[in-house]
Write a protein that binds this ligand. Structure first.
Ligand SMILES: Cc1cc2nc3c(=O)[nH]c(=O)nc-3n(C[C@H](O)[C@H](O)[C@H](O)COP(=O)(O)OP(=O)(O)OC[C@H]3O[C@@H](n4cnc5c(N)ncnc54)[C@H](O)[C@@H]3O)c2cc1C
Length: 391
C-alpha cells in the first residue's frame, strides 16, 4: 500500500486525536502517528477529569471558541452515544478585585452569559464544602463542568478509524522534512509522505519544531485527591467544580467527588519547574504535598488531613499562556498545534476542527488571530505575563 497521504497527524493525544477525527470525517486520506499510546501517563491528557467553563476569566476573546467547543463536544457525545461532558457548574472564588472574579464577570457581561454571584455567607450556605473568608465572593458559571479526557481521545480515534484514518500507535516520528511538493516523514525506520503535516506532540513539540525550543517549556504539575468524611457535600450534585484565587499561592482548581479517590485539586502551573519530556516526571515530594494540603485545610475544611493520593504530570507553557495554532513560519505544509499552557483540553473539540481547516483549506473562519507565531514572538519579547502566579 502506498505511503502517501493528504495529511499526517503527529501525536495522537488530545489535539491530534480530534484533528485526525475531523480530517477523516471530511474524507481526507490521513495517517496518525502516536509514539506511546493515546492518553498515556507521561502525556498531558490523562487523569479522568478536565475543567470546562464558558465565562473565561483569562480573556473574553476565548468565549466564541468555547461556544463552538461546547457544540462540538455535544456532537462527539451523539456520535459515540457516550457522556464526555458533565455539567456541574464551575464556581470561581476570590476577592472581588481578583483576576478570577473580575475576569469571569467581564467575560459574562461582554458575552451575555448566565452567571450568579454569591457573597461569602451565601456561598457557604449553598455549597458547604467551601470555606470562604468574609471578604471573598463566588461567581457560578452554570455552564461549567468537567470532561472525561481519556474517553474523548479514544472516542475521537475510534471515529477516525471508522472513517478510514490509518493509525500507527507506538510509532514515533523521528523527522519531518518539507520540500516543494510535500513533507517527508521518518517513523520507525520507515518513510512516509504527506502533502501537509500537523504536529501535535504536546510536551515534545520542540523536538520536531525547533523554533519552539526556548518557548515551549514542559513543567512539572502535581494533583492530589482528598476523601472527606462527609461525602454528602462533595457529591457532584451538590459540589460544583471550582477555580479559586488563593492570594498567597496563585490559582487552584478542583473537581467534586467523581471517582473513588474523592475530590481532586491542583495549583495551576504548580511551582513552574522545568522538566525534560524524555524523562519520567519527577515524583511527588514533601513540598508538593505541603502546598496542596495547606490549600485543602484552609479552603476545603472537610478535606483537612484526608489526602488519599497524589501524582505528578506535566503542562507545557508558552509565553503569555495563549495557544499556538499556525503554520510554521515560511512553511505552509507544516501546522503546529501547541499543547496549550495547562488550559487547552476544554478546547480540544474546536482545536481539532481548526487544525483540520488549516490542513485542508489553509485557513479557518474560527477566531484564532491571537494564536499565531507572530503573536507568540511578541508575547515572548514583551514577557507578557500569563495567568500563572508562581510562588
Ligand atoms: C494535571 C493537568 C490538569 C489540567 N487541567 C486542565 C483543565 O482542567 N482544563 C483544561 O482545559 N486543560 C487542562 N489541562 C491542559 C490540557 O490537558 C492540555 O492542554 C492538553 O491535554 C494537551 O494536549 P496535547 O494533545 O497537546 O498533548 P498530549 O495529550 O500529551 O499529546 C501529545 C502526544 O504526542 C505524542 N508524541 C510526542 N512526540 C511524538 C513523536 N515524535 N511521534 C509521535 N507521537 C509523539 C505523545 O506520546 C503524546 O501522546 C491540564 C493539564 C494537566 C497536565
Amino acid at each position: 500500500m502506498s505511503n502517501h497521504y493528504d495529511v499526517a497527524v503527529i501525536g495522537l493525544g488530545a489535539m491530534g486525536s480530534a484533528a485526525i477525527s475531523f480530517l477523516a470525517a471530511r474524507g481526507v486520506r490521513v495517517i496518525g502517528f502516536e509514539a506511546a499510546s493515546p492518553a498515556h501517563g507521561l502525556g498531558s491528557s490523562h487523569g479522568d477529569s478536565r475543567l470546562i467553563r464558558l465565562g473565561y476569566f483569562e480573556d473574553p476573546s476565548y468565549v466564541p471558541l468555547l461556544h463552538r467547543a461546547y457544540d462540538n463536544w455535544r456532537t462527539l457525545e451523539n456520535q459515540l452515544r457516550e457522556t464526555i461532558l458533565n455539567i456541574t457548574g464551575v464556581l470561581q472564588i476570590g476577592r472581588p478585585e481578583s483576576d478570577i472574579v473580575t475576569g469571569t464577570l467581564a467575560s459574562c457581561e461582554l458575552h451575555n452569559l448566565p452567571h450568579q454571584t454569591f457573597n461569602a455567607a451565601e456561598t457557604r450556605k449553598r455549597f458547604p464544602v467551601f470555606g470562604l473568608q468574609d471578604d471573598e465572593i463566588a461567581v457560578l458559571d452554570p455552564n461549567g463542568g468537567w470532561l472525561k479526557p481519556e474517553a474523548a481521545i479514544w472516542g475521537y480515534l475510534r471515529l477516525a478509524a471508522a472513517s478510514g484514518a490509518k493509525l500507527h500507535i507506538g510509532d514515533k516520528v523521528e523527522a519531518i522534512n518539507p520540500d516543494d511538493n510535500g513533507v517527508n516523514i521518518t517513523a520507525g525506520g520507515q518513510k512516509y509522505r504527506a502533502a501537509r503535516v500537523i504536529v501535535a506532540t504536546g510536551s515534545w513539540i520542540s523536538q520536531l519544531v525547533p523554533h519552539l525550543a526556548r518557548l515551549a517549556n514542559p513543567i512539572r504539575q502535581v494533583v492530589a485527591w482528598y476523601r472527606p468524611e462527609n461525602g454528602f457535600v462533595t457529591d457532584p450534585i451538590r459540589m460544583p467544580s471550582f477555580l479559586r484565587d488563593d492570594t498567597k499561592n496563585g490559582t487552584f482548581f478542583g473537581f467534586p467527588e467523581i471517582g473513588p479517590d474523592g475530590v481532586k485539586i491542583g495549583r495551576h502551573a504548580h511551582f513552574m519547574e522545568n522538566i525534560d519530556p524524555d524523562h519520567p516526571n519527577p515524583p511527588v515530594n514533601d513540598r508538593d504535598l505541603a502546598l496542596l494540603d495547606d490549600f485543602a485545610a484552609r479552603h476545603l475544611p472537610g478535606m483537612k488531613g484526608r489526602r488519599v493520593n497524589a501524582v505528578t504530570c506535566r503542562y507545557t507553557m508558552l509565553p503569555g499562556e495563549d495557544f499556538l495554532l499556525d503554520h510554521l513560519p515560511g512553511e505552509n505544509r507544516v501546522i503546529v498545534a501547541s499543547p496549550c499552557s495547562g488550559h487547552g483540553f476544554k478546547f480540544t473539540s474546536v482545536i481539532g476542527e481548526i487544525l483540520a481547516d488549516l490542513a485542508t483549506q489553509g485557513g479557518t473562519d474560527l477566531p484564532i488571530e491571537a494564536f499565531t507565531f507572530d503573536r507568540l514572538m511578541k508575547a515572548a519579547k514583551a514577557e507578557k505575563p500569563g495567568m500563572t502566579n508562581p510562588v
